[in-house]
Structure formats: C-alpha cells, structure tokens
Design a protein around this ligand. Structure first.
Ligand SMILES: [Zn+2]
Length: 332
C-alpha cells in the first residue's frame, strides 16, 4: 500500500522535512482533496528546528519547512499538528551538565536528562514560539522518555535520588535493584520528572493559546507493555492522562507488529486499562513505517476503541537501530 492508500483509509501522515521528497505545494496538489489533518515535525532529534526559532538552532537546509507548510495547509483548511522531540535533542545534550548518563557514568548520546528544569524551560519557550507564530491545531510532544531503567545517573539525578532514598550519593542501579522499596522510589522519581517536563511545557503553551498537547506512551511487548513503559521509560499512563486529556499511543516502536490473533489478543488485554477509560480519555495511535497488514490491524483497532487519529510515518527514524539497542539494553 502507498502513502495515498493509508491516507485514504484514514491515516494521518507525519512529515519529517529532512526525508520528505515533495514540496508542500506538490504534496497538497496530490493529497489536498483527501487529507484533512497532517502532522509536521517542528523540532527534530538533532535539536534543530524547521522554523525560525529565537531559542533553538534552525535546520540549515529545511529551516522554514514546518512554518511554510503549516501556513499553506491551514490556508486551504487542513488541520496541522506540530511534532516536537522532547528530551531527545542532539544540540542541547552536547552540554555534559544536561546530558543523560547510565549507571556507571557513561553518557548517552543525543539524550538530555529529563529532570533538568533548565531544559524544561528551553523546550517550553520553543513550543511557545510555535504556538505564537504558526497556526496549528495541536502539538505532539514526543520522546519524553528515559531510554532504560538504569538511567539517569547525571550529577543532578544522583543528588536528588540520594536525598529521596537517603542513600550515599555514589550509588549504582544494582544497589537500587536489590531493594524493592528503592525501586518504587526510583520509578516514581522518574515518573515525576517526566510529569514536571510535560507540565512546564504545557503550562507555557497554554499561556499563549489553549491548544491540545499530546503526551506519549510507548506500548511494546519487548518491555512488557504498560508495566515496562512505567518501569523502563518513566511513562506512566495514570500520570500522563492527568497532565493531558489526549495521549498518543506509540505502538511497537522496538518490536515487529503483531501478526497473529494471539498476539493481537495479548495487546488488547494489555491495553485494557486505557481502553476501559476511553470515554474520559482521548487517545491517538502512532506507528513508524507500518506495512499494509499492520496498518489495517491498528486502523480497525482504532475504530473499535474510538481513538482519534492514526499517525504514521513513511520511514523509521534514522537513529532507529541505535535507539532500539539502547531501549532494549542490547549492549551493542
Ligand atoms: Zn539526570
């Protein structure tokens, strides 16, 4: 199936300006009559923006694509969502004071520690600029995440957690893992950091305009679905749904999409805590590079549980393999 087929079946395309081969005019000429909503990346994993920002560096080649595309699309009545990468930011993470670290002290390339208020404020200002200047319907604040349970061990996180858990400041993840009460505190402190980031950014956006901001929850069998989202990634559905009434469910970022009825049944059981609340909680789906079968499966699941959008990308992110081995702790 082509992009056109996915769009015709109700999928909402996510456009990464660095990979997109058409100009906005070409895209709208081809799809303008079948598209009612699109999502365009506004800030990338590299930390650069696709609009002129006073805070973040502008992408050298595609630095106006988000702003001009959003304007042209809005002018002909298409709704635009902007996608902003959360604490995955190659530019900001170059500062060792803000970079994320593993237990043992190894820095993690491209990830900013999500527990840094300086970064919360930086991200909030970028989003405020977007909302102020570009006519968008909402923002997807994606990849607000700890890649794995053994993060973050930056000086700031070590200081904070040693004080919460009343332990020596020079601790390792192994010491936490050996004590159940400490694991609970560790998990909660990470959920709280992510909540702090989201709350700061959403409050700042809403000072400008009351638009929808989507929080993200990754759902993947490799990390035991909702349980792993909380324990590994710091993404807690209860917390996320309190911060925002619209949660983006990113399905199977690190695993193959389900192909059998059994796998699908497992997924449906695992996400019951979300689908049971569908009347009060708005959700949308997100898929990287679906094939025909997986698109059909998730599209009918979306209809069945009454989710709003099924966002899809044409490609996996360029950093996919590096991120996958980091998230699954494959040690390569
Ligand atoms: Zn940290």
């Amino acid at each position: 199936m082509s992009v056109k087929d996915f769009i015709e079946k109700g999928g909402t395309i996510v456009i990464d300006p660095t990979e997109f081969t058409q100009t906005p005019d070409e895209f709208l000429l081809e799809y303008g009559n079948i598209v009612d909503t699109i999502c365009i990346m506004a800030k990338s994993e590299t930390g650069s923006t696709f609009f002129s920002s006073s805070n973040a560096p502008k992408d050298q080649r595609y630095g106006e694509v988000f702003s001009s595309f959003a304007q042209i699309a809005t002018d002909i009545g298409i709704r635009v969502y902007g996608l902003v990468q959360g604490n995955l930011d190659g530019f900001f993470s170059r500062d060792p004071n803000f970079q994320m670290y593993k237990s043992g002290g190894n820095p993690i390339i491209n990830y900013v520690c999500p527990n840094q208020e300086t970064y919360w404020a930086y991200l909030a200002e970028i989003c405020a600029e977007i909302v102020n200047r570009i006519p968008i319907e909402g923002i997807i604040l994606k990849d607000v995440v700890y890649p794995r349970e053994n993060t973050c061990f930056c000086e700031n996180c070590k200081r904070n957690f040693s004080s919460i858990a009343k332990i020596d400041r020079d601790f390792s993840f192994e010491q936490i893992r050996r004590n159940e009460a400490r694991v609970d505190l560790w998990n909660q402190s990470r959920v709280d950091a992510i909540r702090g980031l989201y709350s700061t950014v959403i409050n700042r956006i809403h000072q400008e305009r009351k638009i929808e901001v989507l929080t993200e929850l990754c759902i993947d069998p490799e990390i035991q679905f909702l349980q792993g989202a909380r324990a590994q990634l710091g993404q807690d559905i209860a917390s996320l749904s309190q911060i925002s009434s619209h949660v983006l469910l990113h399905f199977y970022p690190w695993s193959n999409y389900p192909t059998t009825q059994e796998e699908l049944d497992t997924l449906i059981t695992e996400i019951a805590p979300i689908t049971d609340r569908i009347g009060e909680l708005k959700t949308s789906f997100y898929m990287w590079q679906p094939d025909e079968m997986s698109f059909e499966i998730f599209n009918s699941l979306k209809e069945k549980i009454g989710s709003k959008f099924l966002f899809f990308t044409e490609n996996q992110p360029k950093s996919y393999l590096d991120r996958r081995s980091l998230h699954l702790d494959l040690g390569v």
